[in-house]
Design a protein around this ligand. Structure first.
Ligand SMILES: Cc1cc2nc3c(=O)[nH]c(=O)nc-3n(C[C@H](O)[C@H](O)[C@H](O)COP(=O)(O)O)c2cc1C
Length: 326
């Protein structure tokens, strides 16, 4: 018998719990992806910042670390930009593909021919409808609370409206960082919840120590949605640099030019690959739920906490809904 958190989407993806690791570009690499899959959720490898060789290597490493299902996420705004990575996804026989930023219409029929499942990240009901029409199997309703590139609509409003608008399963994302968040997502009609920022504060994440420490110190009002790092609105910890650029917002370039400016300035290394980390200027993507992160601990512990909190929350709710006997 399954535990009470098991939703139909768990069977669809072959996982135990409806807990998903966000496919955070570069941050969700093999170690974190495998840790979440091994814990019984779905790890999503964030391939967005990886070149073809690194993506292949990270997929192979993930396969060595887990025999459970996992997915690969790529950003799909410019199809030609990700074509080589898509070839790797095909060659490595990835079963679940997650698309950020746009509907990967061009690749969908081939993916379905290969019997792959396609999840599309959406910030608006209209995007979810478009994704469903294009053949997506699942949509993720990502509220503005989310870390990284994000839209304007709060999850509390977006998730139930997405559930009402489409006939395919919906996942919830954005600002969720504990078991209460998972239960809230299920109550809003989602079949599972995607956690991004919470999993950055784990040793398995590819994240600079200064970034992880900044997340632990941050509160609910520490983030800002700004175009200043990539040219597209992205939620990150507010820094001196975000303040400077927001004061001259008309000078911010379009995506991906602004990302080039930021890279040349050395402020895009939140993964900590280099040795220069300036917390006053670095891009540190973060969701608004960051105030719930109090320590850096192994992903399996974060995962187990989400499960036990969610179960406790369900019990609390059941008590609330059950009239006390006199
Ligand atoms: C560091 C970071 C990188 C991200 N990169 C991607 C990405 O490459 N592709 C994508 O679909 N979403 C990306 N996201 C968004 C996540 O998929 C997810 O929607 C978000 O993390 C959920 O909100 P939360 O961070 O508040 O949990 C990123 C988020 C963060 C924090």
């Amino acid at each position: 018998m399954h535990h009470p958190l098991h939703t139909p989407i768990c069977d669809y993806f072959g996982i135990e719990y409806p807990i998903f690791l966000a496919g955070m570009g570069g941050v969700s690499a093999s170690a974190l992806t495998a840790a979440v899959s091994n814990a019984g959720g779905l790890g999503i490898l964030g391939g967005a910042t990886m070149d073809v060789a690194l993506l292949r290597e990270e997929i192979k490493k993930t396969k060595e670390l887990t025999d459970k299902p996992f997915a690969v996420d790529l950003l799909a705004p410019i199809p030609d930009m990700i074509r080589p990575q898509i070839e790797v996804v095909f060659e490595e026989d990835i079963r679940i593909f997650v698309a950020g930023l746009a509907v990967p219409a061009e690749f969908m029929s081939e993916m379905h021919d290969r019997d792959m499942k396609i999840v599309v990240m959406c910030g608006k009901v209209r995007h979810a409808e478009k994704s469903e029409a294009a053949g997506a199997d699942v949509v993720a309703a990502q509220g503005t609370e989310a870390g990284g590139h994000t839209g304007e609509i709060g999850g509390m409003a977006l998730i139930p409206q997405t559930v009402e608008a489409v006939n395919i399963p919906v996942l919830a994302a954005g600002g969720l960082a504990n078991g209460r968040g998972l239960i809230a997502a299920l109550a809003l009609g989602a079949q599972g919840a995607i956690f991004g920022t919470r999993f950055i504060a784990t040793p398995e994440a590819e994240a600079a120590p200064g970034y992880q420490e900044a997340l632990v110190a941050a509160k609910d009002d520490s983030t800002v949605r700004s175009r200043s790092y990539t040219g597209k609105p992205a939620r990150a910890l507010r820094t001196e640099r975000t303040d400077e650029w927001e004061a001259k917002a008309d000078e911010i370039q379009a995506f991906p030019m602004q990302a080039g400016i930021s890279a040349r300035e050395g402020v895009m290394d939140y993964m900590g690959r280099g040795d220069h980390f300036d917390p006053k200027r670095m891009f540190m993507p973060s969701g608004q739920g960051v105030g719930l992160i109090h320590e850096i601990k192994p992903a399996a512990e974060v995962f187990a906490d989400i499960v036990s909190e969610a179960e406790a929350t369900l019990q609390e709710l059941t008590k609330l809904a059950t009239p006390a006997t006199a």
